[in-house]
Design a protein around this ligand. Structure first.
Ligand code: PLP
Length: 279
């Protein structure tokens, strides 16, 4: 079994899962989500992801579909279907299903949807090819909603260019990537865009900053431009499914690869993952 779904309180084969046509996630993208990784009944960094999901529901006034402990139990159960490989867990809460109009009913129940699918283990040795593209997103970049069209278009641009990720540039400054955060190392200082509403506060980004502080690496949450990206000693891309990986090219030009610290950070992030999920 490679994929499973949980809808309306029960697990079923992915292909059999159904949601009503008037679910507001379909017409309006009126839903929040989170993405996690798990294995054999365990989920990596679950408290941080659940805290973010709850705060995102709260920010948009979406009611909790279940008590938090029950949502966590369902995620753990989803991960228990995958004994011998890592799985990618997707959890979505849509505001409700209702007749299509922009305004929404305030008394209707929200819907919980979970999917889990087999994925390859992230490798700290993988080197990524990046492209740059304009950050055309509107507000709410800090809330993980399913309104992802600019991210989808940027990811497609990366696919077309044979690259792994697209780096967003807003007014000449690097914000983040289409589905990851981005940091650079200059000597023993790590620079990354501040969490000021223009980026998603990534759980992995947070872990990376904690790790840097633990290792005595200076952390500066400051925006930087394309020149700094191209000249950085190392370029680090972080997300739940990648953990932390270094970039080897940006728009076809070689970048980074000048520190042992970059590699060490990726390896340490991977070791944390192994120790929590048991390899
Ligand atoms: N930035 C964006 C736009 C994302 O979509 C993601 C993950 O999906 C991230 C950053 C990384 O966040 P996390 O580390 O919580 O997976």
């Amino acid at each position: 079994m490679d994929r499973i779904a949980y809808v309306d309180g029960r697990f079923c084969p992915f292909e059999e899962a159904r949601i009503p046509l008037d679910d507001r996630s379909l017409f309006f993208g009126d839903a929040v989500y989170d993405a996690l990784i798990g294995k054999d009944g365990r989920v990596f960094d679950m408290p941080a992801h659940m805290t973010r999901l709850k705060s995102n529901m709260c920010a948009l006034g979406i009611a909790a579909p279940l008590p938090p402990a029950d949502m966590e139990r369902s995620l753990l159960e989803a991960a228990s279907f995958f004994h011998d490989s890592v799985c990618f867990l997707y959890i979505q809460v849509s505001r409700t299903a209702a007749h299509r109009r922009h305004g929404y009913p305030t008394d209707a129940a929200s819907r919980l949807l979970i999917t889990a699918e087999r994925m390859g283990e992230p490798s700290p040795d993988r080197l990524l090819r990046l492209i740059t593209t304009e950050d055309r997103r509107y507000g709410f970049c800090h809330i993980k909603t399913v309104n992802l069209l600019p991210n989808v278009l940027a990811s497609h641009e990366a696919d077309e260019a044979g690259a792994d990720e697209a780096v967003f540039l807003r007014d000449g400054r690097v914000t983040e990537c289409a589905h990851s955060n981005l940091s650079i190392l200059v000597g023993r200082t790590l620079y990354t865009h501040p969490t000021d509403g223009r980026i998603l506060p990534g759980i992995t980004r947070h872990r990376l900053l904690d790790l840097c502080r633990h290792l005595g690496v200076a952390v500066r949450e400051e925006a930087f431009g394309i020149e700094a990206l191209m000249q950085a000693d190392d370029v680090l891309v972080s997300s739940t499914s990648k953990l932390c990986m270094r970039a080897k090219t940006v728009d076809g030009t070689a970048v980074g690869g000048h520190t042992s610290l970059g590699r060490e950070l990726c390896e340490r992030m991977y070791e944390d993952f192994l120790s929590e999920l048991g390899g």
